[in-house]
Design a protein around this ligand. Structure first.
Ligand code: B12
Ligand code: SF4
Length: 541
């Protein structure tokens, strides 16, 4: 195979930006897979150029078009930027590949703009793509049968991690992962149907030792969907790897059920500084948060007590909630969350608006069948700037008013002061204050209030929200134009629209194998019998 010039772009920002928060934190949101790809491409004998895009870099200078193939990692919120970039590079003869959450959730749409769209990705699949490396229109949709059994560790990824973290001056989180998938089956989650699989503990041990040889006091962010499912095993690895007198600080997302007091004592001893458990809703997901059948107020009291206990051991605790779920009705769920904020003042409440990300989750089929999903441009699907599901039990006005009321309560001066007083340590205290007083608190209250106002005053927006019109309101178009900056002019025609029911259509058309299409063998690889396959060039959508 000829030696290729490979470029890899990890899109953390969805457009050019000089925001301070971005400068301080964006490099910490880098993904593991683009770095893993870099390792795999080099192992296959190719030259790799790697960039984590945080909004400040000059893309065309750092990733010039003298490249044979460009891999882009994108969340759905970065889709429009990724489409514009793909067009720019394709026009210069570069072959483009999309992977990451957007590719997994909206493969049909992404295949309109990229030569390849990858789902689950392993080393053999990457080698196939590099061997094929040719333009395809529509793009080939390829995927491994399952999540990879092995990913390159920190030592191998270090040449991509170090320059990424050099971009941020203070908090530098090294991305690690100890498991893929999740044993729980929350129907709105992308991992609801992905088997839990722990990764090689010997490699994790070696990676932690390597990190200690590079950094005085490293900080690690675990990217496991649900960290610590095999609790004793992963704690033993950390205990073996970190010698007495040395320390690594850890942050992780775990379900509340895993955070018992004995577990927390051991985590504290092992350097866990931040935990981000999911509470999600007061009426469902009881197994996950270990409150059993307790609903409503009873669950609030239990969860608050539990998280206050977590906070006694771990200095930074964020509780994740999803707002607008179908189980919720009336003001009660919002009032319960306010009560929680009062009962657990030191915990940072992080709110996600209910979003249906294409074919991410089983629940989305139901929502699409009920014609409740809106074609909201991908750019706004970041769990915050829009809800793309028409609410089951609320009018738009009522939902927005409840969300705004909850945010006002959670990020009021009183709540900020109580949180400050309940937190220990400089970073937790200031991090929470900044989050509340900037984009996440005040910024979102302003944004949601604008939308709420437009629901009354802008008929086009109202009709769009109600599913009566498909023409995109100017309010949205203008934001994408502004956010993409000079990349706006490369956004392909029609790329602000997508078929919000593509998953349902694919599913109904092929009931036996939900999203598969006829296979065409990519040279050197056996076809994978899965929802992902190669699409023959020239096939119609
Ligand atoms: C860890 C995590 C984070 C971490 C780390 C982020 C990061 N850059 O990786 C943090 C906390 C920072 C984070 C932030 C956010 N996240 Co997040 N996060 C996750 C989580 C829990 C795990 C993802 C993961 O790393 N898995 C391990 C990897 C190895 O597996 P994988 O993701 O399945 O990837 C496979 C393939 O997709 C492919 N692949 C992945 N990347 C690439 C790249 C290329 C080029 C290729 C070819 C292939 C490829 O290979 C992998 C192996 O098969 C998922 C939920 C979940 N359970 O998966 C949500 C999830 C990915 N996050 C989500 C969201 C919405 C966000 C935020 C927008 C939230 C917010 N409002 O701030 C931000 C955006 C951050 C950003 N980069 O812009 C959504 C994404 C939905 C979507 N379609 O966009 C998810 C699915 C959760 C959900 N709501 O359902 N997140
Ligand atoms: S516990 Fe978290 S990662 Fe697991 S299925 Fe539920 S939401 Fe997804």
């Amino acid at each position: 195979m000829r030696r290729l010039r490979v470029s890899i772009l990890d899109l953390v920002s969805k457009g050019p930006s000089q925001a301070l928060w971005g400068r301080l934190m964006q490099p910490n949101f880098a993904s593991i897979m683009p770095q893993a790809l870099g390792v795999w491409c080099e192992e296959a004998g190719h030259d790799v150029r790697f960039l984590c895009y945080t909004g400040r870099e000059d893309l065309t200078r750092e990733l010039p078009a003298d490249t044979d193939i460009l891999f882009v990692a994108a969340y759905t919120q970065g889709a429009q930027l990724s489409y514009a970039l793909s067009r720019f590079y394709r026009e210069k003869g570069v072959v483009t590949v999309l992977g990451g959450p957007h590719a997994r959730c909206y493969p049909e749409d992404a295949a309109r703009y990229f030569d390849y769209v990858l789902g689950f990705t392993d080393k053999p699949l990457v080698q196939d793509v590099l061997r094929d490396c040719a333009p395809h229109s529509p793009g080939l949709r390829l995927g491994a049968q399952r999540q990879p059994a092995h990913l390159p560790g920190v030592r191998q990824r270090w040449k991509f991690i170090a320059p990424t973290l050099a971009k941020t001056p203070v908090v530098k989180l090294v991305p690690m992962i100890s498991s893929l998938g999740c044993p729980y089956t929350c129907s709105f989650c992308i991992d609801a149907t992905v088997d839990y699989k722990p990764l090689d503990t010997a490699q994790i041990r070696e990676d932690l030792r390597f990190l200690l040889s590079q950094v005085e006091r490293p900080r690690v962010g675990w990217h496991d969907p649900n960290f610590g499912v095999r609790f004793d095993e992963i704690m033993a690895v950390i205990e073996e790897a970190v010698p007495a007198g040395r320390r690594i600080d850890f942050a992780a997302e775990s379900s509340l059920a895993l955070l018992s007091e004995p577990h927390l004592q051991r985590m504290r001893k092992n350097g866990f500084m931040a935990m981000l458990p999911g509470v999600e809703s007061w009426y469902s997901l009881g197994g996950k948060s270990k409150t059993g059948a307790a609903a409503g107020l009873e669950k609030v009291a239990k969860v608050a007590e539990h998280l206050n206990m977590v906070l006694r051991h771990i200095p930074y605790v964020q509780a994740n909630f999803v707002l607008g779920l179908d189980e919720d009705a009336g003001e009660e769920p919002f009032e319960l969350t306010k009560r929680f904020v009062d009962l657990a003042p030191g915990v940072f409440p992080a709110y996600s608006l209910f979003s249906a990300f294409g074919q991410a989750a089983p629940l989305n089929l139901e929502l699409q069948r009920a014609e409740r999903v809106l074609p909201t441009p991908f750019h706004f699907l970041d769990n915050n700037r829009s809800i793309n599901v028409r609410p089951k039990n609320y009018t738009w006005a009522a939902l927005y008013e409840n969300v705004i009321g909850l945010r006002r309560h959670s990020f009021s001066w009183r709540a900020v002061a109580r949180r400050f007083a309940a937190n220990r340590g400089t970073i937790p205290r200031w991090m929470n204050a900044v989050r509340a007083l900037s984009t996440e608190g005040a910024g979102r209250i302003r944004y949601d209030s604008t939308v709420r106002g437009l629901l009354d005053s802008d008929r086009s927006l109202r009709r769009y929200f109600d599913g009566e019109a498909t023409e995109l309101p100017a309010f949205y178009t203008e934001q994408v134009r502004r956010d993409l900056g000079h990349w706006w002019r490369f956004l392909p025609e029609g790329a602000l629209q997508h078929d919000q029911n593509a998953y349902l259509r694919a599913h109904d058309a092929r009931p036996a194998a939900p999203t598969s299409v006829p296979l065409r063998r990519v040279p050197g690889r056996e076809p994978a019998p899965l929802g992902w396959a190669a699409r023959p060039a020239g096939a119609t959508e």
